[in-house]
Design a binder for this molecule. Structure first.
Ligand code: SF4
Ligand code: SF4
Length: 95
């Protein structure tokens, strides 16, 4: 039985929590970050070796910026990030 809540009107609501972001598909556009009111995600630099570094770091090995899960436990499963992502790189699941 998944974690279930209620809407204000009393209807059943099953939250779909953000559980993963695929760094291969993410383009670091920041749309998900802007719509999330819970501070769940953060931007990082992805190096050729697959390491994640500070997004502001001037590292020659950084090939692109990607969004990562920083505080997965703060997610309320609203699904807003899924609706704005243009790359289909996020995975959501009930808890
Ligand atoms: S589902 Fe909602 S709370 Fe969770 S990461 Fe996405 S926008 Fe933030
Ligand atoms: S909206 Fe999608 S592509 Fe853009 S930063 Fe978020 S996860 Fe990456």
């Amino acid at each position: 039985m998944p974690m279930t809540g209620l809407t204000r009107g009393g209807a059943e609501w099953v939250p779909e929590f953000l559980v993963a972001i695929d760094p291969e598909k993410c383009i670091g556009c920041g749309r998900c970050y802007k719509v999330c009111g819970r501070g769940v995600m953060g931007l990082r630099g992805l190096t050729e070796d697959g390491d994640l570094v500070d997004a502001d770091e001037d590292d020659e090995e950084v090939i692109k910026k990607v969004m990562v899960l920083e505080a997965a436990g703060a997610c309320i499963g609203c699904g807003a990030c899924a609706r704005v992502c243009p790359s289909g790189c996020q995975s959501h699941a009930p808890a």
